[in-house]
Design a protein around this ligand. Structure first.
Ligand SMILES: [Ca+2]
Ligand SMILES: [Ca+2]
Length: 265
């Protein structure tokens, strides 16, 4: 397995690196580790993309809990997207909110698509991506622990509108499930890495490319110009997580800048 750093980071640039890749996600340098109590990384007044959106990230749970590692809260629940894994249902839920206050969500828990084989094992890093193109909500959940690989996709065709909204971006937590009011009460005990928001609906092949980057394969990455925000989470100290695209940096909250940056693999 190999790990190659990104060689081009400017908006509009392209990646030049190539790699043979590897089976297990090597992810991207460092990541953030959250304590499941009150840790989170926050960006207030984040303006989301309009019309089309994709968002992706990696997470690894370190204990059984009903928590939600990523979302945006506009305080009026107009738009909100988050994923969670419930001890009761052993599921990953990908939820996209729309401007009428409704949402569409995908549960990954049916026979043959269970994301976790057992909660008593160390959990793998899981890649999640959600896309919206104006008529279809498509989500992807993928992982590879070196022994088992799972790759699942769900699609919903629905008629909804998605305008840009302003609200908190929260990594490592969101508010209580189902309320749509946001907040930070549902903090993950685990790790999160490489959080991205795109202003386009990524294609299935785009999503596979991003997933493969986690294995060190950057050979087919061509969509950097579509990034709206990108928190690589590669810092090693301090309480700021930089956004590579528009300086929408996250602030580590209730966290320790000396110990909560850890190697992602
Ligand atoms: Ca990282
Ligand atoms: Ca804390």
């Amino acid at each position: 397995m190999s790990y190659l750093p990104f060689l081009a980071r400017n908006r509009g640039g392209s990646f030049a690196a190539t790699s043979s890749g590897g089976a297990v996600a090597s992810l991207f340098g460092n990541c953030l580790q959250f304590d499941g109590t009150n840790d989170h990384a926050l960006r207030e007044d984040f303006v989301s993309p309009a019309t089309n959106i994709s968002w992706s990230f990696w997470f690894q749970q370190l204990e059984h809990s009903d928590d939600y590692p990523f979302g945006q809260d506009d305080n009026f629940a107009v738009q909100f997207y988050k994923v969670g894994a419930s001890e009761t249902h052993q599921r990953v839920v990908v939820r996209q909110w729309f401007n009428d206050g409704s949402y569409n969500q995908h549960y990954y828990n049916a026979t043959g698509e269970r994301v976790y084989s057992t909660w008593d094992e160390d959990q793998p890093w899981v890649f999640v991506c959600s896309t919206w193109d104006g008529s279809d909500h498509v989500s992807y959940v993928k992982w590879n622990d070196g022994t088992t690989e799972q790759a699942h996709t769900k699609t919903s065709s629905i008629s909804k509108t998605l305008d840009a909204v302003t609200g908190d971006i929260i990594v490592g937590a969101t508010g209580s499930w189902g309320t749509g009011t946001g907040g930070t009460s549902k903090g993950i005990n685990g790790k999160v890495d490489d959080v991205r928001i795109y202003d386009v609906a990524l294609s299935s092949s785009n999503v596979t490319s991003i997933y493969n980057e986690g294995s060190g394969d950057f050979s087919s990455v061509t969509r950097e110009s579509d990034l709206h925000a990108w928190w690589k989470l590669d810092e090693s100290s301090g309480t700021t997580a930089s956004d590579e695209i528009n300086d929408m940096d996250l602030t580590l909250t209730n966290m320790d800048g000396d110990t909560d940056w850890v190697a992602s693999k």
